[in-house]
Design a protein around this ligand. Structure first.
Ligand code: PMP
Length: 409
């Protein structure tokens, strides 16, 4: 599909998203989809049905509605498995979000496989949720964290990664797509490198899952984490995908109902995965709404979404290059996320002025303080696109930037 055709297509989708209007019914130029995506009506309806006429608990009910709800919950797991190219539903653990997924891997797998003197490789551009859990493991075990540097154009440097790996490297944990710069990692190459020294690899797919076709077999990673709310679904649900043999060997994380096989005061045995990692009443309605979100995204073709958003990012970079006071960060080729700074204007002030124009951008460190330090700035302004974004959003942003220049000029 041509660029113009995809943009027209996106404009047509806007009507599906009630959140893209202001309370006065004006267009709201939402450029913060990397933080969280707006929801299509189909997702809102699915959530509302699940909370209303279909509502009941799962797994333990003997009445019809609970059995139906259980089918709905497990159908959501099946849908996620299909969407990610998983080999089995058992590889899909529902968690609260990517943060919880990474903490689960750190606490369960990390605390059993990482010991004193072992090494964990992260990169300069990681989100705090892919740094802090590993620092906590390192503190508790005496392991060491190696930081893989970036290339000059702000991508994870795979040559440097290769040089960092040692036989003591137990885990490589990297962002598939950077939430600040949109840099896309060659996940398969990173996985091959990690595996060449016997390490496991976790990919933080928070920004990739909503934008790229996922295929766990082709990626050949060991763990993959993402959040439903960034994929047009509700908050409070996310996915940890892990290879079945790895999950099978992992000890439970949280204890409680639903994760057991048999409980006595003498000894408790645990359910197989994924139930072993889903203690307590799960996110029932959220899972069902996530199913609707995946249907919505899949119908539009994840590959087309990437191309559409990358084209918008290119166009925005092109226009920002004509503004003298703007510095751009990140590679030329990126997913639909653009970070920049305006000389003499704090990103928060820019964000406030843009808000008056019904343009929502993100301003701050984006939970990536080590990356900010590397870029030499305390914060950046970030515009991020979604499947509903179009040229009118860029035009509104550029009008706001021109006004900001006049104010600060
Ligand atoms: N990793 C990346 C790359 C992200 O963009 C985010 C969210 N900004 C997270 C992890 C954490 O996701 P959540 O807050 O939904 O758990």
């Amino acid at each position: 599909m041509s660029n113009t055709a995809t943009l027209t297509h996106a404009t047509a989708q806007r009507a599906d998203f009630p959140g893209l209007l202001t309370p006065d019914g004006e267009p709201w130029h939402y450029l913060d989809t990397a933080a969280t995506a707006q929801k299509p009506q189909a997702v809102i309806d699915a959530m509302s049905r699940a909370l209303g006429r279909d509502y009941a608990t799962v797994h333990r009910g003997v009445y019809g509605r609970s059995a139906q709800m259980t089918l709905g919950y497990e159908a959501a797991r099946r849908r996620v498995a299909d969407f990610m190219g998983a080999r089995s539903d058992n590889e899909v653990v529902f968690v609260r979000g990517a943060t919880e997924a990474i903490n689960l891997v750190a606490d369960s797998w990390g605390m059993t496989h990482i010991g004193e003197g072992d090494r964990i490789v992260l990169s300069t551009l990681e989100h705090h949720s892919n740094i802090v859990p590993w620092q906590m493991v390192a503190e508790r075990t005496g392991a060491h964290i190696d930081v893989c540097p970036l290339t000059e154009d702000h991508r994870i440097d795979l040559g440097a990664l290769e040089a960092l790996l040692t036989p003591r490297t137990r885990l490589v944990s990297l962002a598939h797509v950077s939430n600040v710069l949109g840099s896309v990692l060659d996940g398969r190459r990173a996985a091959d490198l990690a595996h060449s020294v016997g390490a496991k690899i976790l990919l933080d797919g928070c920004q990739a899952a909503p934008r790229m076709a996922l295929d766990m077999a082709a990626l050949d990673c060991d763990f993959y984490a993402w959040s439903g709310h960034k994929l047009y679904g509700p908050t409070g649900i996310g996915v940890l995908w892990a290879r079945e043999d790895i999950l099978d060997a992992m000890p439970p994380w949280q204890g409680g109902g639903a994760m057991i096989d048999k409980v006595t005061f003498e000894k408790t045995t645990y359910a197989p995965p994924p139930q072993r990692f889903e203690a307590g009443t799960p996110m029932i309605t959220e899972a069902i709404a996530l199913h609707a979100a995946i249907d919505y995204v899949a119908a539009r073709g994840p590959d087309r979404l990437f191309a559409h958003e990358a084209a918008l990012a290119n166009q925005l970079r092109e226009e920002l290059r004509n503004v003298n006071s703007v510095t751009l960060f990140g590679p030329e080729e990126s997913a639909g996320i653009v970070s920049f700074a305006m000389e003499g204007v704090h990103p928060h002030d820019l964000g406030t002025i843009l808000d008056e124009e019904n343009v929502a951008i993100r301003a701050g460190h984006h939970c990536a303080q080590p990356l900010m330090e590397h870029l030499g700035v305390p914060a950046t302004a970030r515009a991020s696109f979604g499947l509903y974004s179009d040229e009118s959003d860029i035009a509104a942003l550029m009008r706001g930037i021109e006004r900001t220049q006049r104010i600060f000029g």
